[in-house]
Ligand binder design. Sequence first.
Ligand code: ADP
Length: 263
Amino acid sequence: MIILKIGGSVITRKEEDEPTIDHENLKRIAGEIAESTHQKLIVVHGAGSYGHPLAKKYAIGDEIRNKEDLERKMMGFSLTQQSVKELNGLVTEHLRREGTLSVSIQPSSFILTENKRIKRAEIALIKRYLELGFVPVIYGDVVLDENEHIQMAVLSGDQIIKFLAENLHAKRVILATDVDGIYNKNPKKYSDAHLIETVSSLEQMETGEETNTDVTGGMGGKVSELLELLELKIESEIINANTEGNIRKALNGENVTGTRIKK
Ligand code: ADP
């Protein structure tokens, strides 16, 4: 089973404050997935401009100060949940149109976190969809949190892949984003940044500065999730989804420029 994460930076215009889809990329990527020869596949996608600006505006995941603050955050939760669901609708639709039997899975309806980390999830359902031959499509969402001081949290697609890979024993984990992989420093800011082909610890890179306003941790957040997977002996790779053919090749097991997270 392969888990493919498509970054919000790839299918949305992440620098926009308003939800903006990148139709061209989404159509091409859906085509590449349909053309590949994978067997069991789960697609996880980020929220990009459909999630982060709203989650930030309503400070979801921050401590609740009083009743008014709770009500405001609940409004933000409701708005964010609807917005990312709309993006998910577009993703599943494109996948289906290009020939993949996709099925939409809404995290806020089956995942619960505690202090922003997944605590419980109805994983048997996803197993069943996979066994039937569906391609489940899961995404970054807002979810209920068991910490009474926050009640609600933002759940990143990156945390979801870690959880699914661990619990469904994924054979391969592929992260597709808008850069070639992990660099020693942000390649969008420093022209002399160089790509690191193999990463086995956080010390190998600087992740402090992000170009995108990601409320869930940007590249640093991704690498920590993937390093946790590595502890469980699950290796992963980061590739550039903006390079045509990369997703198809990676799904087919061909070599693609990128970063491998392995010992
Ligand atoms: P996605 O939306 O695809 O999940 P993010 O926007 O969260 O991706 O993270 C990817 C971005 O992280 C890149 O566009 C890049 O600007 C930034 N970044 C920061 N530091 C690094 C680094 N050391 N290596 C690669 N990318 C980095």
